[in-house]
Design a protein around this ligand. Structure first.
Ligand code: ATP
Ligand code: MG
Length: 304
């Protein structure tokens, strides 16, 4: 069942279109990575889902309810962490965690204390004295000690050090194994790679790819470096082969993943003496999208 769903979601600020026809679906028990460059529309989408912004067109639903008109009902079952947490300056971290908990109908005290330890937070300090990272920790502890069904996290680890990033990742996985659903907007690719079952890539207000990481990797190319006894003939005529560079006996080129098998079969006829391949990294894939050279646009994979 879809826990969260947007259908043709469009948001205009005056003449500026921030979102155009955004379709997203988060299934129960899934961690969905929401990624894309700065200004792409991630936070705008999330604000609509939280009922803070009203969509210009289209629908945003959580638990089958309307994000705008049923916000009160929805908020009983969700926890939200933004990338820039503002807290009551004169309350201590511990007080704020409990206040968030009370707003959400109570928290698990044991879980709260355990998380304070794991995140190494001193809850007795006034929030005005906390660094950015410590403010993030307060919000994360409040979120993960609440019994939400859906966690909406918008760049939640900005400002966390690498050790705390690991704690955060463990918390997300624990929530997932407990059957919770998580929408995670992030620029940290290792985080996305480690945590997300599926990702959606947004650019200039439009979703340009959605799928599992494996599905997205399939759309990429592998780099090959080959040496053969006899010169390879007709390589440039093979479908999916690009960027051929010959240096003496060595030839290097790129192959679309879907054509890899037939290309390998072909070159094996020429007596392969050396074969090196580098798999496309997730980073290569994301960079193509971030820079706007979407795979569809460069002709790989044939999606549009
Ligand atoms: N209240 C507003 N009025 C006018 N334009 C806005 C408003 N809020 C957002 N925008 C614009 O909408 C676009 C999407 O912004 P959004 O904050 O959703 O991006 P984002 O994907 O979250 O980026 P980042 O990765 O930097 O957080 C941006 O061009 C932004 O300037
Ligand atoms: Mg944002």
């Amino acid at each position: 069942m879809a826990v969260l769903q947007t259908t043709d979601l469009t948001k205009r600020f005056g003449k500026f279109t921030a979102l155009e026809g955004v379709n997203l679906e988060l299934n129960e028990g899934e961690v969905f990575g929401f990624i894309g460059p700065n200004g792409a529309g991630k936070s705008t989408t999330i604000r609509i889902l939280l009922g803070i912004l009203k969509a210009t067109e289209g629908k945003a639903k959580i638990f089958g309810k309307d994000a705008w008109s049923d916000a009160v009902e929805i908020h009983k079952r969700i926890a939200y962490v933004p990338g820039d947490v503002n807290l009551w300056p004169n309350l201590t971290g511990g007080e704020v965690i409990d206040l968030f908990g009370a707003l959400r109908g109570g928290i698990d005290k044991q879980k709260r204390n355990e998380l304070i330890k794991r995140f190494d937070l001193d809850p007795s300090k006034k929030c005005r004295t906390y660094s950015k990272g410590n403010r993030q920790k307060v919000a994360l502890i409040a979120a993960f000690s609440s019994d939400a069904d859906l966690y909406i996290l918008d760049e939640p680890t900005s400002g966390l050090d690498p050790l705390m990033e690991q704690i955060f990742q463990a918390c997300v996985l624990e929530a997932k194994y407990a059957g919770k659903s998580i929408l995670l907007s992030s620029h940290i690719l290792s985080e996305v790679e480690k945590l997300c079952d599926r990702v959606g890539i947004i650019r200039q207000g439009k979703i340009i790819e959605t799928g599992t990481l494996d599905e997205l990797r399939h759309l990429t190319r592998t780099n090959l470096i080959v040496e053969t006894k006899n010169p390879i003939i007709n390589l440039q005529e093979f479908p999916g082969v690009q960027e051929i560079v010959e240096k003496g006996k060595t030839i290097s080129f790129q192959v679309d993943s879907e054509h890899l098998d037939s290309v390998i079969k072909h070159i094996s006829q020429y007596g392969v003496t050396k074969l090196e391949s580098t798999a496309p990294t997730l980073e290569d894939l994301f960079m193509q999208h971030y820079e706007g050279k979407g795979i569809s646009e460069t002709g790989v994979g044939g999606r549009s």
